[in-house]
Ligand binder design. Structure first.
Ligand code: F6P
Length: 320
């Protein structure tokens, strides 16, 4: 291998820049050339490439987002787009590709692998919904963002008798909400993976109120319901004064945590090593502290990573 390319795709997350940097530096150390692809798969289809050297990635480690920019690319779901992307890479003399992104991005990576391009995927999405990795890149930073926001909320919640509904991202995965609930001491956690009865939620809040605990945090994963509606239901059922905080894209930004920086370094260097070792069509994952490679077919077939039952029960036990 003489030349590799790297792209970030799908929703951005903190740690993507650190991962690009790690790919570039590891590749340069092995005497390879590196090409950056702009705006995810759009850049492959439209031939938007830029050479990356060691200076291109200096001062990037600590920056959130992705300097290569990212996008969700519809064309990459269709045969002609996949074919054109593979042809453009081949025309540029690229012999290996590192894809940093979430499940949609890994599907694109599989399509390119099937067209003969050696690809290694790095799981990156705040949702932590990708199977075969304990943590995806960006999750830890998003969690830190959430708990910072909830800590601030708790100051004001405890100064009034109020219930706060906090809506996290995560698409149809409840990981962010459940992990943030444990880390921030939320009283109630509503997840798409665990059916709930709003009447039971209200009686739980009522009981706490009767015990003199007059403020509560209700953590709602976006896939479990609409935070605004849930707040109204609580207000209507038990008359509590409620407020809503929809965290939205704030969760995706900011300087990556130490955990994400180190994970990015491991994934980035690991991806280059895997390509040089002749691996292709695989995703790197963090498993029991080590790195492991899983075929992309298996990752895609498995679908969404199941909710961690231990986390779920921790959030329930501690929310009494
Ligand atoms: O997949 C990451 C994510 O932030 C989800 O949690 C969220 O549902 C979605 O992306 C938001 O997408 P967009 O940035 O396109 O609004």
């Amino acid at each position: 291998i003489k030349r590799i390319a790297v792209l970030t795709s799908g929703g951005d997350c903190s740690g993507m820049n650190a991962a690009i940097r790690a790919v570039v530096r590891a590749a340069l150390a092995e005497g390879l050339e590196v090409v950056g692809v702009q705006k995810g798969y759009h850049g492959l289809i439209d031939n938007h490439f830029q050479p990356l050297d060691t200076r291109s990635v200096s001062n990037m480690l600590q920056r959130g987002g992705t300097f290569l920019q990212s996008a969700r690319c519809r064309e990459m779901y269709e045969e002609p787009g996949q074919q054109l992307a593979a042809e453009n890479l081949a025309a540029l003399g690229v012999q290996g590709l590192v894809v940093i992104g979430g499940d949609g991005s890994l599907r694109g990576a599989l399509a390119l692998t099937r067209r003969g391009m050696p690809v290694i995927g790095i799981p990156a999405s705040i949702d932590n919904d990708i199977p075969f990795t304990d943590m995806s890149l960006g999750v830890d930073t998003a969690l830190n963002n959430i708990i910072y926001a909830v800590d601030c909320l708790k100051d004001t919640a405890s100064s009034h008798d109020r219930a706060f509904v906090v809506e996290t991202m995560g698409r149809n995965c409840g990981y962010l909400a459940v992990a943030a609930a444990i880390a921030s001491g939320a009283e109630v956690t509503l997840l798409p993976e665990a059916p709930y009865d709003i009447a039971e939620v209200c009686s739980h809040l009522r009981r706490r109120f009767d015990e003199g605990r007059s403020n509560s945090i209700i953590m709602v994963a976006e896939g479990a319901g609409n935070g605004q509606k849930i707040a109204e239901q609580i207000k209507d059922a038990i008359g509590f004064e409620t407020r809503v905080m929809i965290l939205g894209h704030y969760q995706r930004g900011g300087s990556p945590s130490a955990f994400d920086r180190i994970l990015a370094a491991r994934f980035g260097v690991g991806a280059v090593e895997a390509l040089l070792a002749g691996e292709r069509g695989k995703m790197l994952g963090l498993a029991a502290g080590g790195l492991k490679l899983t075929p992309l077919e298996q990752v895609i077939e498995a679908g969404k990573r199941p909710i961690d039952q231990i986390m779920l029960s921790l959030s329930q036990v501690l929310g009494i």
